[in-house]
Each structure stands twice: as structure tokens, then as C-alpha cells.
Design a protein around this ligand. Structure first.
Ligand code: MD6
Ligand code: FE
Length: 211
């Protein structure tokens, strides 16, 4: 696992409602190296399709890395130490941790990285990320592959929203006042990137889940 050379460049190219966006922070070779690392992860901890607590199958497929991983089923949303098939989650690749180090702005290291895979029709409804113990710790997200329309709302459900297209290599930080804003993915622009051989989009979210 190679360290991805990212400039410790800590000026966002765009900030929307406190959500900081670092567009194209990863160049093509960094993206390719990261995808290789993720292929190894998925070989050990296969993607699965979670169910919401209400029994609805999500359109996104997921797996995790780190000491804990995020799961959802009839018992609810939570972090747990094992994949639904029972194995421990693989470690977070160094290439991914390097991005946390470059932009998170916190002393703590991420203890989990959720891997979301979107095919051309997948989406993610508006939600808050609130299953973590400490909301003073940011969430750092990395986009790879097809473009995605990311919608940013408010601290409560509803109200006016703003949207931005996320492209391959973009990194987003949700911290501070923006840590609990509602957000979602409306749609993927299928075929907009050739990074992934079979198309689609990968989104990585790095977090500190445990206190
Ligand atoms: C996605 N991202 O980009 C979904 N959550 O596919 C998220 O849900 C997200 O990008 C918290 C912080 C940053 C994110
Ligand atoms: Fe989220």
C-alpha cells in the first residue's frame, strides 16, 4: 500500500454551508493506487447491500475498513467490530489514511472508513451522520469514479438545499458547524469517469466512530 502524495494543501477550493470541498485533491495516479487498495479490501470484506431498520434494501452496496464498521439492518444503524459475514474488517489502507491526515485537522486518527459503491442508478436519501460518539470529529469523504450530485441541506430535515457535483478525486470535509447537516446523493452521472473498469462510483467516508 503506497502513501498517496497529496499536498498538505489545506485550502478548500469551495465551501458550501460550512462543508469544505477540495476538488481534485487526488490526481489520477493517486486515484488508481487507491482503487487498487480498495480491490484488496473488497476481496477480504465483500460489498453487501444493507437494509434500513424498516426493511428497505439500500441501493448502495457497502463494506468497511478499520477497527469498527458501519452496518444497518432490522436492528438499526450502528458500528460493529465485524462484517455481517463474521470476519474482522480489513485495516484502513495507508493511501486513505493519508487523506485524513491532510485535511481532517484533528489530532485523532480515523478508526473507520465506510466504502459505498454506487452503480448508475443508486442514490442516497437525505440523512445526518450521527452514529459516531464525538461530533467534534469531522467526517472526511473521498469520491472516486463517476460524478455524483451531492445535496446539502440544513441542521434539521427540510428547507432549502444547495447541490454540487462531486468528481473523481474530490475530497469533502464535514466538520464544525457543518458536522450534522443533512446531505444526500440525488444521482450518479453514469459513464462520466473511466476510473473504474465496470463503471460506477465509490465514496469513502472516514470517521472517528468510537469515543
Ligand atoms: C456520498 N456521502 O458521497 C455520500 N456523509 O456518496 C455521505 O453520506 C457523507 O460525503 C458525511 C460526510 C461526507 C459525506
Ligand atoms: Fe453521510
Amino acid at each position: 500500500m503506497k502513501k498517496v502524495p497529496v499536498s498538505s494543501q489545506s485550502t478548500p477550493t469551495l465551501t458550501i454551508r460550512g462543508v469544505a470541498l477540495y476538488q481534485r485533491l487526488l490526481d489520477r495516479s493517486a486515484q488508481t493506487a487507491m482503487v487498487e487498495d480498495l480491490r484488496r479490501v473488497v476481496a477480504d470484506a465483500p460489498l453487501f447491500r444493507p437494509e434500513t431498520p424498516r426493511g428497505q434494501a439500500m441501493s448502495v452496496r457497502m463494506t468497511s475498513t478499520g477497527s469498527v464498521g458501519w452496518v444497518s439492518d432490522r436492528r438499526g444503524y450502528r458500528y460493529q467490530e465485524t462484517h455481517p459475514k463474521g470476519m474482522a474488517w480489513p485495516p484502513i489502507p495507508e493511501s486513505v489514511l493519508a487523506i485524513w491526515d491532510a485535511v481532517a485537522g484533528t489530532e485523532r486518527q480515523a478508526d473507520t472508513c465506510l466504502i459505498n459503491y454506487y452503480d448508475g442508478t443508486a442514490r442516497m436519501g437525505m440523512h445526518q451522520d450521527r452514529d459516531e460518539a464525538d461530533f467534534d470529529q469531522p467526517v472526511v469523504s473521498i469520491s472516486l469514479g463517476d460524478d455524483a450530485l451531492f445535496r446539502i441541506g440544513n441542521l434539521t430535515r427540510g428547507g432549502k438545499t444547495e447541490s454540487v457535483w462531486l468528481s473523481s478525486g474530490d475530497v469533502l470535509v464535514m466538520g464544525g458547524e457543518a458536522r450534522l447537516v443533512y446531505h444526500g446523493i440525488d444521482r450518479i452521472r453514469a459513464g462520466s469517469s473511466d476510473l473504474l473498469a465496470s463503471g460506477g462510483r465509490i465514496n469513502l467516508t472516514l470517521r472517528v466512530a468510537r469515543a
